[in-house]
Ligand binder design. Structure first.
Ligand SMILES: [Cu+2]
Length: 641
């Protein structure tokens, strides 16, 4: 593969449809006949940084697929590296008890297996539910600490049941409370049915599709809003290489992080200056903060268990995306290793975003520039929730990562009277539990090169004294973070703490090290008892920021295999060595998201909740880098200035 295969081929291009199939075939050939195999993941084994930086177009590329698979017969899991040029397989058995990520096929197979199980059918009959076609079987993973002794070592699912009001109705409108199954996902067998209680509550109006909402009439006062670019777009896409307004970056994609951005650089004075080697969302931890029977096992790892790439959905022009859109397809696969293409998985476009800069001077008049931003985005649907991820690049050197959460909240019914204290009532005798979405961004910044240091910056108020007689002064304190222990940082509202990634070997025009600042927002504390086993499994959420020295295989902050993991083998394990993070290739792990105290207005479908954080140049340039943005032509008159 790769030998001049394609003029735009690059070592960081995601595995193609053909390569994905080849990798699966090679593994099948290696394991031979027998066994019942599932492929958990097939992705590009990303090349080392020096391979990427040393690559020149036309160079031959050694493409390697990284494959995780397991045999459902004995539960043993394996890692394979497949050299795509000759289908050579390097094979490694993973430690006893390793449970690879969940697959969509297991979700569907579990649904099929359970809806015919007589125990389940009988329990539903007892609740007055007789039409099994209206029942939805949802499967979740659950934490090692909750797994009954008798089932240790098995691959387990915890099953939730939902009931549609009609064949087209919202499956998540009506939970079947007090009824859950424990399933062996390798045998696809119901081990236990936990039939604990019945709530006598009316059906909930949980419909949002207009024809299903009783008496729904749509507003008729919205006029068309078109976004047109009569001269075409201002960006170029060459293979997976994007260029726009001095920015350049490569689009990557895998089963787990979904969209990945590689080699983000900014052209300054004819030279591309590195900003980031790789940007992605590496984990999302979603604990439901309701200890009741129906919810206490809900501690999802949406990235590590299900994969944002596997959950990525195709996008529709004019609906999901508006304007002059360029789409990229993505490739994933099913649990049999059969490649599949997600059409229009990644949306690329530019947007007007009001004013970039402006001043009105009494003599010179008004000088104003429109802000244009460049957006690369994708949508992932994890069962009831929909996540939309936007990476935005701005003309002034800013980068913004925005995540929107929408979709259907998990609910439960309660008996007549007060709702339980762990959520908010959203419909008659129905509440939505409080929960949190902790998103972990993995930010491998390379600011003007790999050797960087992270500096905590905060504003401090000196006491009143001879130098500060009015008590007015604020000074900035910068503290370099030298070890991984020092790199564990928490958001501090009182000092407006932020983190600058600086390159001490490269100075700006004022002799200061060039830097990019991580401006925190959307951060919140974990709010867990320190001894909580839920926190134990996802220690990353205990801090707003972690900093580690780059290591090729340190990718997953809660461990590579969080499914049923007995311990967190990610950040807490890596940082236990307390390595140096000074003047080296650093990786930042930024934790942000939604502390979701549910609202009635978020039912039956949730208007998008929006969180974001920024990376902003701080002394990376010597002045406003967007001075050269040209003015628009006014609709009436001569020019916008
Ligand atoms: Cu939520």
């Amino acid at each position: 593969m790769g030998q001049g295969m394609n003029a735009t081929a690059h070592p960081l291009d995601p595995l193609s449809f053909e390569e994905t199939g080849l990798a699966a075939q090679a593994v099948r050939a290696h394991v031979g006949e027998g066994g019942r195999w599932r492929f958990a993941s097939i992705e590009l084994r990303e090349p080392a940084k020096d391979v990427v930086t040393g690559f020149r177009p036309g160079d031959s590329i050694d493409r390697v697929a990284h494959v995780i698979c397991w045999n459902c017969v004995d539960g043993k899991a394996y890692r394979a590296h497949v050299a795509l040029a000759d289908a050579g397989v390097t094979w490694e058995e993973l430690p006893e008890g390793t449970q690879p990520n969940m697959t969509v096929d297991e979700f569907h197979d579990c649904d099929r297996a359970l809806r015919n199980d007589p125990r389940l059918v009988e329990a539903l009959h007892a609740r007055g539910i007789t039409d099994m076609d209206l029942v939805i079987v949802d499967v979740w993973n659950y934490g090692h600490h909750l797994i009954p002794e008798a089932y240790r070592g098995r691959r387990l699912g915890w099953v939730d049941l939902w009931h549609r009001g009609s064949p087209e109705a919202n499956p998540y409108a009506n939970p079947v409370n007090g009824l859950h199954g424990i399933v062996d996902l390798n045998a696809m067998e119901l081990l236990e049915l936990e039939d604990t209680f019945v709530v006598d509550a009316p059906e909930t109006m949980g419909e949002y599709v207009p024809k299903l909402v009783p008496g729904q009439e749509l507003r008729d006062d919205l006029r068309a809003l078109e976004i047109v670019q009569p001269e075409g777009v201002s960006f170029t896409l060459e293979g997976n290489l994007l260029r726009w307004q001095n920015w350049s970056l490569r689009v990557g994609f895998n089963y787990r992080e979904g969209l990945v951005l590689h080699t983000v650089g900014y052209e300054d004075d004819g030279r591309v200056r590195a900003v980031a080697h790789r940007l992605s969302l590496a984990e999302m931890v979603v604990p439901y903060r309701d200890p009741s029977t129906d919810h206490y096992r809900r501690t999802a790892f949406d990235v590590g268990e299900w994969g944002l790439g596997f959950m990525t959905v195709p996008l529709e022009l004019g609906c999901d995306c508006l304007g002059e859109i360029t789409y990229l397809d993505a490739v994933t696969h099913d649990s049999q290793g059969v490649a599949r293409t997600i059409k229009n998985a990644i949306c690329i476009h530019e947007e007007d975003n009001a004013v970039l800069w402006k001043h009105v001077d009494p003599v010179a008049g008004s000088e104003v520039r429109r802000m244009r931003r460049f957006v690369v985005s994708f949508h992932a649907v994890v069962a009831n929730y929909d996540y939309i991820v936007y990476w935005r690049f701005y003309q002034d050197g800013n980068i913004e990562c925005e995540v929107r959460a929408t979709g259907i909240m998990v609910t439960a019914k309660f008996p007549v009277g007060e709702p339980p204290p762990y959520g908010t009532q959203v419909a008659e005798q129905t509440y939505a539990p409080t929960h949190q979405h902790f998103i972990v961004a993995r930010l491998d910044l390379d600011v003007d090169g790999e050797q960087n240091t992270v500096v905590a910056t905060q504003s401090e108020v000196p006491p009143i004294g001879p130098d500060n007689p009015h008590g007015l002064a604020i000074v900035q304190r910068a503290t370099p973070l030298r070890t991984e222990e020092e790199g564990k940082q928490d958001y501090d509202w009182n000092t407006q703490r932020a983190w600058k990634v600086v390159n001490e070997d490269v100075t700006n025009g004022f002799g200061m090290p060039v830097g990019y600042k991580l401006v925190p927002s959307g951060a919140f504390p974990p709010m867990f008892d320190p001894s909580s086993p839920v926190l134990e499994r996802a220690q990353v959420i205990g801090h707003t920021l972690w900093v580690t020295p780059f290591a090729q295989d340190e990718r997953w902050p809660c461990g590579e295999f969080p499914v049923q993991a007995a311990e967190d083998t990610g950040l807490p394990a890596w940082t236990a060595a307390n390595r140096s993070i000074e003047n080296t290739d650093v990786v930042l792990w930024y934790v942000f998201g939604l502390h979701h105290v549910t609202r009635p207005e978020e039912w039956p479908v949730m208007p998008a909740d929006v969180v974001s954080f920024w990376l902003k140049p701080f002394g990376f340039f010597d002045c406003n880098p967007s001075l050269d943005v040209p003015p628009n032509q006014p609709k009436h008159g001569a020019a916008c200035h």
